[in-house]
Design a protein around this ligand. Structure first.
Ligand code: HEM
Length: 364
């Protein structure tokens, strides 16, 4: 059998223990995804409410809109750190996949810029009588297509067995990773998840700011999108390559436990969100589905990482075995930069969210 064309890892040792790099990858990816949930999922929700056009929808959009460009900015900035950690640990896979699907990969930048322009147009119109709902929908779809480009590279990076066929089918890197049956279910699962978490964040904001409509609308977004995960999640699971599927279904491994525990947490969040979204429900009823939904998301992030390592182990790659030599200077500079970003995030959040005392009355 011809050996698979997997490049050798970088001969330089990693700048710190692979476990520490993995932890940093997981933390920074979680932050990236939370900002994506807020900015991209929030844009879609705001645009749909703008399209509905009722006075209470317009009022909601006016309250939400100022948060969106900042959240997308954080999504981009917080995407850089996981990009660096992925390249360090999974470089031979990530680089090969991005070269093989170069045109969709580079298109990401233009889709992002176009989405950003439309988002500003939408947000700029939020205070005026003529709300540009179409710009909002366009912005959300463009930003969600950035997610598709990332799923495209991520899925291809896990399938070295498809690389030769991908290169033969499109030597100039024009094609998406459509040979891989996980591309679309993975994208739908993640894209719908982004909107679900945005709904949860909206519901939490509504409960915190005593805004009944935001609370109920957020929970309804969460319920509808999470219920549909029964289809997308199952489709994604059954399309996994055999070694990953066996691991996920064995009922004993950490990956299998992550799958079943996070699915159970998500289902429980869904069941608790239904009564909490009804007229006359108490604002505090939001917090149980809110906490369970976020815990389920964290579990899925762990699961995603365990499934990646299982997929690559089938090709003989074990990130934990990579050589390393701790570079304390780079670690210190990274720590300080990260701290600076955290302070900036707090300042921005305080700036866009004035103290809750001004909103004592429950809005209709
Ligand atoms: C604002 C639009 C964006 C959206 C909707 C988005 C969404 C996503 C999604 C859904 C994933 C998971 C992909 C998968 O598991 O298959 C992901 C991963 C990732 N994103 Fe973003 N993203 C956005 C922007 C960015 C930008 C601008 C960067 C880089 C600066 C970035 C860096 C990353 C990285 C490195 C990963 C992979 C992390 C890993 O494999 O652990 N993202 N993103």
């Amino acid at each position: 059998m011809t050996p698979l064309p997997i490049p050798l890892p970088d001969p330089l040792p990693l700048p710190m223990h692979p476990g520490a790099l993995k932890a940093l990858l997981l933390v920074t990816f979680t932050l990236h995804l939370m900002a994506v949930n807020l900015g991209v999922g929030g844009s879609l929700i705001a645009a749909v409410h703008a399209l509905r056009g009722k006075p209470k929808d317009r009022e909601l959009v006016r309250r939400l809109a100022p948060l969106l460009p900042g959240a997308v900015t954080f999504a981009i900035t917080l995407g850089v750190a996981p990009l660096l950690f992925v390249q360090l640990t999974y470089g031979p896979f990530f680089y090969t996949a991005s070269v093989l699907t170069a045109v969709p990969w580079l298109a990401l930048i233009f889709l992002l810029m176009a989405g950003y322009v439309l988002l500003y147009r939408f947000v700029g119109s939020a205070g005026s009588e003529t709300l540009h709902a179409a710009s909002g929908i366009g912005a959300a779809l463009l930003l969600l297509s950035v997610g598709l480009m990332l799923v495209n590279v991520t899925t291809l990076s896990l399938r070295p067995d498809l690389w030769a066929a991908q290169a033969a089918a499109s030597p100039h890197g024009l094609r998406m990773n459509t040979l891989d049956p996980t591309l679309w279910p993975r994208y739908l699962h993640l894209g719908v998840g982004i909107v679900a978490v945005a709904g949860l964040l909206l519901a939490g904001w509504g409960a915190w700011r005593s805004h009944t409509y935001a609370r109920q609308a957020g929970l309804r977004w969460f319920i509808a999108t999470t219920a549909s995960q029964a289809a997308w999640g199952t489709w994604l699971l059954v399309k996994q390559p055999a070694p990953v599927l066996d691991l996920l279904l064995d009922g004993r491994s950490a990956a299998s436990l992550s799958l079943w525990i996070s699915t159970a947490l998500g289902a429980l969040a869904l069941l608790m969100a239904i009564p909490a979204s009804q007229d006359g429900s108490r604002p505090q009823a939001v917090w149980a589905p809110f906490g369970l939904g976020l815990a389920s998301t964290l579990g899925m992030i762990l699961l995603r990482d365990q499934a990646r390592d299982a997929a690559l182990a089938a090709f003989g790659f074990h990130p934990g075995a990579l050589p390393y030599k701790t570079d304390w200077l780079s670690l210190g500079v990274f720590g300080l930069t990260f701290l600076g970003l955290a302070v900036l995030l707090i300042v921005v959040l305080r700036w866009v969210m004035p103290p809750a005392a001004s909103a004592k009355e429950e809005a209709p």
